[in-house]
Design a binder for this molecule. Structure first.
Ligand code: NAP
Length: 370
């Protein structure tokens, strides 16, 4: 029999954020356009941590994190109206921590399977391995999109603030796009890694007068900082040329940083933000990674109560180089799939981004798709 329930590793409550527990859950009713995906790997995003700790105000306990395009798996069942995916295709999925219109809660990729709408499918170049491609689909795109939308290329000087999952892609993609690229971290601990990723220079913000020698020299800063304790926005803004841009993709918990109008005065700099990226940008990013041989810096951890807890805890401690990908999904839940219903994998390399549970984002992505 095809499984009526899926299994995952859920955070039971905010005060148990690093003690996930196995959970069996019922997916939403299967729709004509739905695809069931048997997950093979999933990246661990800073957003998963904000969700698990309740830092963003999550109240939907228990929740299985693992999201934003970082799920890769094999399509094991497709609805009768699905045209873009076949059983056996490799797909990526994005959806969790919200409710479908029928009231079913959408869990994420720390699960055996996921059921989602077929929209937003895109091919992944064969050159990219699943474990390396999975985190690229969120963290990579979140770095790539603001870079290309804000003119990164030869002749530009770009700074990437925060060398975590998103930040390490920021350094590699900015460099691949041809810009002079600087990593801006709090200490010097990650300097050697940043240079190995291709950074032309490195600034450590905990050092005295760290910004002075570079004031008014940067065209663009992409800020990936996940927290704002000790974060002095004015120091970063001072780095920008006239009308330079500070684009924040990081989503710190709590009140966030304060903007003083005075700190915008000397260079008339502009502050903005970005959310993931478009379908076109996803395709371009994957192609760029394949063409230039860009490899994600990942550590793999076998999925399970221990593995998920360890990944979240180490991410919390800034102890990851530079993204975790959860693997070994076959050890959990695979027996519940009736393999006779699974076609021969064709490895057509299709990835799918779905956010049916978040209508606004769905509409936005729909819009960008054309
Ligand atoms: N906009 C979007 O579409 C989108 C998508 C996904 C995730 N996000 C958000 O982006 C943020 C980063 O995600 P991630 O997965 O890259 O997280 P991550 O791997 O934990 O990296 C975050 C980095 O932020 C820096 N940082 C942490 N605390 C800081 C502080 N107080 N001041 C300055 N820098 C600090 C650290 O870099 P250093 O050690 O180098 O200083 C850290 O490595 C999260 O808030 C996440 O929710 C946004």
């Amino acid at each position: 029999m095809y499984p009526e329930t899926f299994q995952g590793f859920a955070i039971p409550a905010a005060d148990r954020w690093n003690h996930p527990e196995r959970l069996e859950f019922k997916p939403k009713p299967f729709g004509d356009y739905d695809v069931d995906v048997k997950i093979t790997c999933c990246g661990v995003c800073g957003s998963d941590l904000h969700t698990a700790t309740g830092g963003w105000g999550n109240k939907n306990w228990p929740v299985i994190p693992g999201h934003v395009l970082e799920i890769i798996g094999t399509a094991v069942k497709v609805g009768p109206k699905v045209t873009s995916i076949k059983v056996g295709d490799r797909v990526g999925v994005d959806t969790y921590n919200s409710f479908y219109p029928d009231g079913t809660f959408a869990h994420g990729g720390y699960s055996s399977h996921i059921r989602a709408h077929e929209h937003f499918t895109f091919p992944i170049p064969d050159a990219l391995e699943s474990e390396l491609a999975a985190p690229m689909l969120c963290a990579g795109l979140t770095a790539y999109s603001p870079l290309v939308r804000n003119g990164t290329g030869p002749g530009k000087k770009v700074g990437i603030v925060g060398l975590g999952g998103i930040g390490h892609y920021g350094v590699m993609f900015s460099k691949a796009l041809g810009a002079e690229t600087w990593a801006i971290s709090r200490s010097r601990k990650k300097e050697a890694d940043a240079l190995a990723m291709g950074a032309d220079g490195f600034l450590a913000t905990q050092e005295k007068d760290w910004n002075v020698a570079h004031e008014m020299t940067f065209d663009l800063l992409v800020c990936t900082a996940s927290a704002d304790d000790g974060f002095d926005l004015s120091g970063y803004l001072s780095l920008l040329k006239v009308h330079g841009r500070f684009i924040s993709v990081g989503l710190p918990e709590g009140e966030g940083w304060r903007v003083r109008p005075q700190s915008l005065l000397s260079n008339g700099c502009l502050i903005g933000s970005a959310h993931l990226g478009s379908r076109r940008e996803t395709l371009d990013m994957l192609q760029l990674a394949a063409d230039k041989g860009i490899k994600s810096w990942i550590e793999t951890i076998p999925i399970g109560e221990k593995g998920v807890g360890e990944a979240l805890e180490r991410l919390h401690n800034n102890d990851v180089k530079y993204r975790f990908t959860l693997t070994n999904y076959d050890k959990h839940g695979s027996k519940s799939v009736d393999q006779s219903s699974v076609g021969e994998p064709t490895w057509d390399c299709i990835a799918m981004c779905v956010n049916a549970a978040r209508p606004n984002l769905l509409a936005l992505i729909c819009d960008l798709r054309h």
